[in-house]
Design a binder for this molecule. Structure first.
Ligand code: ZN
Length: 459
């Protein structure tokens, strides 16, 4: 029997920071690696992870059926031969082997010999999908998150409000670990508005001189409104210096006077890519991931510049592998080349919607996020939106609901303009409706959900 190992025994920290440099040294090392070094590092780590994944039943069975094995990985391009999988495959794995599924590289029994955590995604609808994290995976993931937060302006010694939900979901904990363990920030762990009311969040941020408030962009803008209602100025009283908040970039920038950088990640792997000050695309942490963009239906890799689903292979973990996980988020890979910031790391486009939310309307592929963006750009339309797909008289229909501060007697006229703009942009007729601000909150989950719901499929 192996003895219990404490964190410092379970993780070789010298090896960890050599493999995945934390900020700020990341920006003068791996971030500036040349293309050959990047590719060689990726291939070596990919082979290690393929070996580990080949011992996990979920992958072993799929790979045997596809006739591939780790020995077949002679180049990065060979990765395409390994079958991709989606969240549906994960769900089936959990149903057949509850509650952990057969896709974890480690088990709860392993916690007897090293610290381990479990976090879950989903849960609001359907079964929760757990991921087990070894001590190394937590630390490595926290370094990736620390890189992203540092590149967005957070600095050692900062006080940071963490207003994400401390729950079964990884998000708040991942941020907390990155801030505390790798950025030497002092965290005010306020949790969401349900735990710490909005006025209290603003009060704490002002009193303690917080440099950032980690939450959705929507909730941060709500906190700006709360601050104004308290007689405070969001810029001069809050004095945020970093905006690691995903949302309306322009509005966030205008409200707080701080640059906003796009980023991309998800709970199983933490942070994947972050925009640099040049602003054209998100640099992928290529010492930790191989990112492919694949056809939504076939899973086959697409050419650079073509939009498809993000397919992720992590190359940094020791526990549960993600090996060609088609996450169904839409994006595009930029062609290889050196960015004006000096980095050769491949870039991807910001999140462009959910591949599995695609609605085919009279032969045209439409994504709710794209429709929301078009509709909210119309004059007098607010930033909130909600898309519903329905079926009437044997035809699929889409309605885009938006909000407006205008007088309600003018809602019909504004709706006509939104519908006309949607028709012009997509070539198909799409319904539009205008309601008062706040009237969509029960649909989007604003104020209660960590991630807003923007689409409902009633077909
Ligand atoms: Zn760059």
């Amino acid at each position: 029997m192996t003895a219990q190992r404490r964190p410092h025994e379970a993780v070789d920290y010298d090896q960890l920071v050599a493999r995945l440099p934390p900020p700020p040294e990341y920006l003068t090392t791996a971030y500036l690696a040349d293309p050959d070094t990047i590719a060689a590092t990726q291939l070596a780590r990919l082979r290690e992870r393929a070996e580990a994944a080949s011992r996990v039943p979920f992958f072993r069975e799929r790979w045997a059926a596809a006739g591939v094995d780790p020995g077949g990985l002679r180049s990065l391009d060979d990765l395409r031969h390994f079958p991709a999988y989606t969240v549906d495959d994960i769900r089936r794995s959990i149903e057949a082997n509850p509650p952990y599924g057969d896709y974890q590289g480690v088990s709860v029994a392993d916690a007897a010999t090293e610290p381990m955590r479990v976090y879950m995604s989903g849960g609001t609808t359907g079964t929760s999908r757990p991921t087990l994290y070894t001590a190394w995976d937590r630390e490595a993931g926290a370094i990736l998150t620390a890189r992203a937060l540092y590149m967005q302006g957070i600095r050692p010694g900062d006080v940071v409000v963490n207003a994400w939900a401390y729950s079964t979901h990884n998000g708040a904990h991942a941020m907390d670990e990155a801030l505390y363990r790798w950025l030497n920030c002092v965290v005010l762990s306020t949790g969401t508005g349900n735990v710490t009311p909005s006025r209290k969040q603003v009060e704490l941020a002002v009193q303690y001189g917080a440099s950032a408030i980690l939450t959705t962009g929507d909730y941060l803008l709500h906190l700006a409104d709360t601050a104004r209602a308290m007689g405070l100025d969001p810029q001069t009283d809050l004095r945020l210096t970093a905006l690691p908040n995903i949302g309306d970039k322009q509005r966030l920038h205008d409200t707080f006077g701080v640059p906003v950088y796009d980023s991309y990640g998800f709970h199983e792997v933490q942070w994947v890519a972050i925009e640099c000050p040049v602003g054209d695309g998100l640099h992928i942490f290529e010492d930790a991931f191989v990112v492919q963009i694949v056809d939504i239906e076939t899973g086959e890799p697409l050419a650079d510049g073509e939009q498809g689903a993000v397919c992720i292979t992590e190359i940094y973990k020791t526990g549960s592998p993600q090996f060609r996980y088609n996450i169904m988020d839409l994006s595009t890979l930029h062609p290889p080349g050196q960015c004006a910031c000096g980095s050769w790391l491949r870039k991807m486009a910001p999140f462009a919607g959910r591949g599995d939310n695609m609605v085919k309307l009279r032969g045209v592929n439409l994504w709710p996020e794209a429709l929301g963006e078009i509709a909210t750009a119309v004059d007098e339309v607010g930033d909130d939106w909600f898309v519903v797909a329905s079926r009437a008289d044997g035809r699929d229909e889409i309605t885009v609901h938006v909000v407006s501060h205008a007088d309600p007697t003018r809602f019909d006229e504004i709706a006509d303009r939104v519908a006309a703009r949607l028709h012009e942009a997509t070539g198909v007729r799409i319904g539009a409706s205008v309601v008062a601000p706040g009237a969509l909150d029960h649909l989007t989950g604003f104020g209660t959900a960590a991630k807003l719901v923007r689409f409902r499929d009633d077909r």
